[in-house]
Design a protein around this ligand. Structure first.
Ligand SMILES: [Zn+2]
Length: 472
């Protein structure tokens, strides 16, 4: 089964490779055609889009209403084109998902957003969509010079997350085979364990969050890690110039930036010239301001709207993501020959490793610790705010949900209390208890309920979770 999968992904990847040779005109003609097909499909098959696009069927893309994650989740059953798809069923499926390749209704892979930007989103992919998603990840490897095939076995070490509903994890699980051996390490594990496992595995490709790749580069430079990957792939977070420089120093070449999202799969990645091309044959991206108007090239948008040209189960048309992205002005074509548009910067989903006071000195806490602890909490969203003497966790819409489950404290909005949510979560992830305890001893974690109204910026980076504490 796995070998068959790999074969179909490689076939799809070969088709995508042909798209990379298109002229700008061929690419634009293809995009227009693919967009028309997607819009016709959405209006014909999705009650949600039929209503949303009524009267606008022939208007250009940039005049269509934006679809937010809240809209997607609130209209979940209507938005999906399959009448059997039910949000409750999808959530139930996800709750029971272990590290495996199980499918909802035996035909849909389900992935969920991490909660970085607050509310959790659920995304489905049928076989065809899943193949394209996998091929988009293969493209990123390919551009970084990592070939996969019968004659090219690949050892990939991914230092990120083991949460089974993350897209990267599900992709790895589907592709796992003798051709692609994957070592998956938890970014929240003790560093010495991680470096020892990496030394033993000797990966061809090292994949991690930018912050984690930087940490591993420092380990390599300090002589505590001894690997020689052919490529370092930096994903999910903004890569600073300093990180880029240190990673190049440690591993002999600069990292390849990969911009992917659970909602869309690969959006853009670095070519051999270390320039980031948008996968324009798969997605249409619009960098826009707060009022959804296009910003000029070279300027960061307040958010990014994506239209996923291959989405069919849940059509995604002008879907809003909180990432701040700048498209490069169209200038000289890239020497790699691809005519896909270039990104000049990504400033989104930036997350930093928190340093908190611990019993035996500072404790470094990767944002994934919070993802793991907070995601099972029955809240609409969460945000972690670092303060001088600890961290503050805001939980959106949690009182009602906790209350419905029974036994939850009726929290006074301004009173600090021991976080019940994380305590519940720790019981579900006993392996986290020690690390959480270590960080928790010197760094009190307080928890407050919050309303979702506005977007403060936190020291953890650009969090666009819009929240306001009660009582303020
Ligand atoms: Zn290029």
């Amino acid at each position: 089964m796995k070998a068959a999968w790999l074969a179909s992904v490689l076939r799809k990847r070969a088709r995508l490779r042909r798209n990379e040779r298109w002229s700008r005109r061929e690419l634009e003609a293809y995009q227009a055609r693919a967009l028309r097909e997607l819009r016709d499909h959405a209006v014909a098959r999705s009650a949600f889009y039929r209503r949303l696009h009524r009267g606008l069927e022939t208007r250009p893309l940039d005049e269509l209403p934006v679809v937010t994650k809240a809209m997607l989740m609130e209209n979940f059953d209507e938005l999906a084109v399959d009448a059997e798809v039910r949000r409750a069923g999808v959530e139930e499926h996800l709750a029971g998902l272990a590290l495996g390749d199980a499918r909802y209704l035996d035909r849909y892979w389900v992935v969920s957003t991490s909660g970085t930007s607050g509310r959790r989103g659920l995304f489905l992919a049928d076989t065809d969509e899943w193949t394209t998603i996998l091929a988009s990840y293969a493209r990123a490897n390919d551009w970084a010079g990592l070939k996969v095939g019968l004659a090219h076995h690949l050892k990939v070490a991914v230092v990120s997350s083991r949460v089974p509903w993350y897209q990267s994890v599900r992709v790895g699980t589907t592709l796992e085979s003798p051709l692609v051996r994957t070592l998956r390490l938890d970014a929240t594990a003790p560093l010495a364990e991680t470096t020892a496992a990496l030394d033993a595995f000797a990966p061809d490709s090292l994949v991690g969050y930018a912050s984690m790749a930087r940490v591993l580069a420092e380990e390599q430079l300090a002589g505590r890690l001894h690997i020689a990957p052919r490529a370092v792939m930096s994903a999910s977070e903004a890569l600073t110039d300093e990180s880029r420089r240190r990673i190049a120093e440690a591993f002999g070449a600069p990292p390849f930036n990969v911009y992917a999202a659970t909602e869309t799969a690969g959006i853009a990645s670095d070519c051999a010239q270390h320039r980031m091309h948008v996968y324009e044959d798969l997605v249409v991206v619009e960098a826009v301001d707060e009022k959804d108007r296009a910003v000029p090239p070279g300027t960061f948008g307040a958010k990014l709207l994506v239209t996923v040209l291959f989405s069919r189960t849940q059509p995604l048309i002008r879907y809003e993501m909180s990432d701040r992205v700048a498209l490069a002005p169209s200038g000289e074509p890239c020497p790699c020959g691809r005519r896909f548009a270039l990104l000049s910067g990504i400033d989104g989903r930036a997350e930093d490793i928190l340093e908190l006071p611990g019993a035996d000195g500072p404790v470094r806490v990767h944002p994934n610790v919070f993802h793991r602890v907070l995601e099972p909490v029955p809240a609409a969203g969460w945000q972690v705010v670092q303060e001088r003497d600890g961290v503050r966790v805001l939980l959106a819409d949690s009182r009602r949900r906790l209350g419905r489950r029974g036994g939850a404290p009726r929290a006074r909005s301004r009173r600090r209390h021991r976080a019940r949510g994380p305590a519940r979560a720790r019981r579900r992830h006993p392996e986290d208890r020690r690390r959480q305890g270590a960080a928790g001893e010197g760094a009190p974690m307080s928890c407050r309920h919050a309303d979702v109204v506005r977007a403060p910026e936190t020291e953890m980076g650009h969090h666009h979770m819009a929240m306001e504490e009660h009582g303020r």
